[in-house]
Design a protein around this ligand. Structure first.
Ligand code: FES
Length: 114
């Protein structure tokens, strides 16, 4: 089980409401956010125009707004407020001591809902 998770950084490396990007593996770049002291991991590549800048997004409530065109995605579910259209991938986070681990995905890169 633990080998499905990749050690990303220390808990203290992630600041409240400020994103940071990391490589999860060869295929996946993720953005970590801390909101209300909980760390969330999402795809750093926006599903709208495939821009790798989600880490620089603005946090409002539980949503991150992509800095390119402002699409908003829920940090837990990756869904937009309307629950329609493209969805941002989310990843399971595990904290062990002061270290943040993120689970490698099994699914394809993008997940669309129509
Ligand atoms: S690239 Fe993210 S909203 Fe367009």
């Amino acid at each position: 089980m633990k080998n499905e998770f990749v050690k990303i950084c220390r808990v203290s490396d992630v600041y409240n409401r400020k994103g940071k990007s990391f490589r999860l593996d060869d295929e996946n770049e993720i953005a970590l956010f801390k909101v209300n002291d909980v760390i969330y991991a999402v795809d750093n590549v926006c599903p709208h125009n495939h821009t790798p800048q989600i880490y620089d997004g603005y946090i409002e409530d539980m949503y991150v707004a992509c800095p390119m065109h402002g699409f908003r995605f829920h940090l837990e579910t990756g869904e937009q407020p309307t629950k329609a259209g493209c969805r941002l991938r989310t990843f399971e986070v595990m904290i062990s001591g002061d270290e943040v681990y993120v689970k490698k995905p099994h699914k394809k890169r993008f997940d669309f809902h129509f």
